[in-house]
Ligand binder design. Structure first.
Ligand code: XMP
Length: 514
């Protein structure tokens, strides 16, 4: 595949580092994250047109602080240092970095210079996000100060001749109101990028590359109906058509109408492939009967999935390639990209390669962030409801039914969930929420319906906002929406007589109820 122009984010362990790469890509410039430990040769080998040094939790003047070979600044490649990155650049080039008299944290008014290429089309007084204990007291020789705040004499500095730029604040976070413009300025005005990272051409080139790689080989894909596996399947279908077989398992724990929707799209005319929908509902209900413990449920569901997939694979015979919907954050979070130490614990198809006989794994979305995956899905002709779908756990509704799973309880939670989703859509709240669903509590209580006493279940509604799903806030839903949903659920869903709204954040709760 022809190479895109590339900006490299050198990761020093800061919390916003994936965001930097995302923002650069939003400017239509391809961007990858690499750990600072990879060293200069790896950076050179990546052949970047620009380098961004990230923030990080350390102090440059401490003995074990992460560092870089200063030859980095002599390679003739433009460098932008952010927060720790800016301090490190100054420190290595002879400036003075020390503990600031006052820690600067939060939205801060920054005064910028009109001379700097980084601040073109940026206001002279602009709000930026600061989060630092140290600061640059004196910039390195050859640098001039291009921004300051009331507490920070060097909020930005640059050596234009050498194309080195340092900003103390975080242009990548949305709290920095003109941050995107600043990053745009760096990649276009300083690095001279043309902006060749576009989803339409990515999709086109990926299809061509997959075609070449796969030749006349057979490809197998486990399709969950989630965004990643759907986009991966759609892409492979466009690349190799009927050489692809997709296996979709209905474990009876899907949302209402989900099985029908997935079958309609992938079993229809738009995508050429062998589409197998396995109706394993009863098989799952049998396995789950009497099981109450969440982790046990998860384990049963995962194992059964592998077994079914294996059975289907055997029917197909030998396959050459297995598709996985791995995306870029998975790569970074499994420690292969930057400095992130978080290992993803929820993986829909974990364990598959051990059980299926195949030659190679193909991961067509490996380079993409989630929003780019969605964009690729649109380019491939997938419907909007599928590409903008919220995350859905692999064990499905089993983790939204407290205690034992029965077909009756699945129906209850499916119906309540469908009402909740419908009313959220009607109220136009979808785009403000990261994840929302109904859960069935294992609690029954007394109520009254007409003249009759009832003893029925309580449904819990959940809606959260989050950036990374590691922490989350319970969303503020207008009372009128909650009232409408409540009255619809108790009227339309049999055996539910109470509706609760979960106001808990994560932590201390988790997003799912189990
Ligand atoms: P929690 O409940 O841990 O959820 O706050 C964080 C995110 O992960 C999803 N989740 C799962 N996904 N298998 C999955 O594939 C699971 O067992 C699982 N449990 C939680 C959850 O929906 C949320 O997006």
């Amino acid at each position: 595949m022809a190479e895109n122009e590339k900006v490299l984010v050198v990761d020093f362990g800061g919390q916003y580092n994936q965001l930097i790469a995302r923002r650069v890509r939003e400017c239509n410039v391809y961007c990858e994250i690499i750990s600072y430990r990879a060293g200069l040769d790896a950076i050179r080998a990546a052949n970047p047109v620009g380098i961004i040094l990230t923030g990080g939790p350390n102090s440059v003047y401490l003995e074990d602080a992460p560092t870089m070979d200063p030859a980095l600044f002599e390679m003739g490649i433009p460098v932008l240092g952010i927060c720790y990155g800016s301090q490190l650049m100054s420190h290595l080039l002879g400036g003075h970095v020390c503990r600031a008299p006052e820690r600067e944290y939060g939205k801060t008014l920054v005064h910028t210079s009109s001379q700097s290429p980084i601040f073109q089309n940026v206001s002279r007084d602009t709000i930026c996000w600061m989060s630092h204990n140290d600061y640059i007291e004196t910039p390195a020789p050859g640098f001039m100060i291009t921004a300051y705040t009331d507490n920070c004499p060097v909020a930005a500095a640059e050596n234009r001749e050498k194309n080195l730029y340092a900003v103390q604040f975080h242009p990548e976070v949305l709290h920095t109101q003109e941050g995107k413009q600043m990053l745009h300025n760096f990649v276009y005005n300083v690095c001279g990028c043309k902006g060749d990272w576009k989803m339409d051409s990515f999709v086109e080139r990926s299809i061509a590359a997959l075609r070449e790689k796969i030749g006349d080989g057979k490809v197998l894909c486990a399709l969950s109906g989630g965004v990643d596996s759907s986009v991966a399947a759609a892409m492979l279908s466009k690349a190799v058509g009927s050489q692809l077989t997709c296996v979709f398992v209905d474990h009876g724990l899907l949302r209402k109408n989900e099985m029908e929707q997935v079958c309609e799209i992938f079993g229809g005319d738009e995508f050429e492939m062998n589409f197998i929908c396995v109706d394993a509902r009863q098989r799952y209900y049998d396995k789950l009967a009497g099981v109450e413990e969440p982790e046990k449920k998860r384990k049963i569901i995962g194992e059964e999935f592998i077994r079914i997939f294996e059975e289907e694979a055997k029917k197909i015979g030998r396959v050459d390639f297995l598709v996985q919907g791995t995306i870029y954050p998975d790569v970074v979070e499994s420690g292969l990209g930057g400095e992130s130490t978080v290992i993803k614990s929820h993986h829909n198809v974990g364990g598959l390669p051990d059980y299926v006989d195949f030659k190679e794994i193909v991961e067509p979305l490996r380079d993409l962030f989630k929003d780019e995956v969605r964009q690729a899905g649109r380019e491939l002709g997938l419907p909007e409801y599928l590409v903008s779908r919220q995350p859905f756990p692999g064990p499905g509704l089993a983790v939204r039914i407290i205690g034992e799973v029965t077909p009756e309880k699945v129906a209850m939670v499916q119906d309540a969930d469908a009402i909740w989703r419908e009313e959220i859509a009607k109220a136009g709240l979808e785009s403000q929420l990261s994840q929302y669903f109904a859960a069935l509590t294992n609690m029954r209580s007394v109520g009254v319906m007409g003249d009759e006493r009832t003893y029925d279940y309580a449904i819990a509604l959940r809606a959260v906002t989050t950036v990374d799903f590691m922490t989350a806030e319970s969303a503020e839903i207008p009372w009128s929406v909650l009232q409408t949903v409540t009255s619809r659920i108790v009227n339309e869903v049999k055996h539910v007589n109470r509706v609760l709204y979960d106001c808990t954040g994560k932590p201390p709760a988790t997003i799912e109820w189990e």
